[in-house]
Design a binder for this molecule. Structure first.
Ligand code: SAM
Length: 219
């Protein structure tokens, strides 16, 4: 079987696995079918591209498990179907590409230069119109605010204040909140000066390191 056909079949199998795990949002499943996850892996690691697991991408970081990406994306899509979204923690760029496939206007911030460069290169190769920048994502991207959605893809000890300030009215933030060992997926929605909070299942993410996150020297 040709490599491309093999990878396409593996992608279909990944989507079937997501369905078995309870992901049933049609738009989300279509985006997972559309975005070629293997494009975010180096050639030597292609065989791991469609397994339902996190995978190292260098610099001590990981591309998140497909289920985790699908779970967070579903929480966002169900509350904010369209608009402008800020992702904190570009990593490989896969989550940003999924958001792009869903039709959002996507901005993404990464604190590690090597990862930001790799992700931007893939966005260019794929012709994706995603704006990425290097920086401390706990401070958001004030020049581009407000955002209808904010997705934090690293473990946060608290909700970063600057991100709350960059949500639009009725905007939602999806963020794993908790300790270094375990976090609960949390959705925060802005209503005027108030914020509603919904709490979901536990996950384990790499830490959000920055002024409004974990200290750099703890790790
Ligand atoms: N969304 C990524 C993907 O699709 O591959 C996976 C994200 S990985 C689990 C978490 C990422 O958050 C890492 O790349 C890490 O360097 C980044 N990160 C941690 N703290 C950050 C911060 N303050 N600002 C921006 N990125 C941060």
């Amino acid at each position: 079987m040709q490599d491309a056909e093999k990878l396409r079949r593996q992608r279909l199998e990944m989507v079937e696995t997501l369905k078995q795990y309870g992901i049933d949002n049609r738009r989300v499943l279509d985006a997972f079918n559309e975005v070629e996850r293997h494009r975010f892996f180096d050639r030597a690691s292609l065989t791991y591209a469609y397994g339902d697991c996190a995978y190292p991408i260098g610099f001590g970081q990981t591309i998140s498990q497909p289920f985790t990406v699908a779970y967070m994306t579903t929480l966002l899509v169900e509350r904010v179907p369209s608009g402008k979204v800020l992702e904190i923690g570009t990593g490989s760029g896969y989550q940003a590409a999924i958001l792009d496939a869903l039709g959002y206007e996507v901005y993404t911030v990464e604190r590690i230069d090597g990862l930001k460069e790799m992700a931007c290169r893939v966005f260019t190769e794929l012709g994706l119109d995603i704006e990425c920048r290097l920086g401390d994502g706990t401070l958001g991207w004030p020049e581009k605010a407000p955002f209808d959605g904010i997705m934090v893809t690293a473990a946060a000890p608290k909700i970063p204040g600057p991100l709350l300030g960059q949500l639009s009215e009725n905007g939602c933030m999806v963020i794993p909140l908790g300790t270094y060992e375990s976090q609960q997926m949390t959705v925060v929605r802005k209503h005027g000066d108030a914020f509603d909070k919904e709490v979901f299942q536990h996950f384990v993410f790499v830490p959000l390191v920055g002024r409004e996150g974990w200290d750099d020297d703890v790790f």
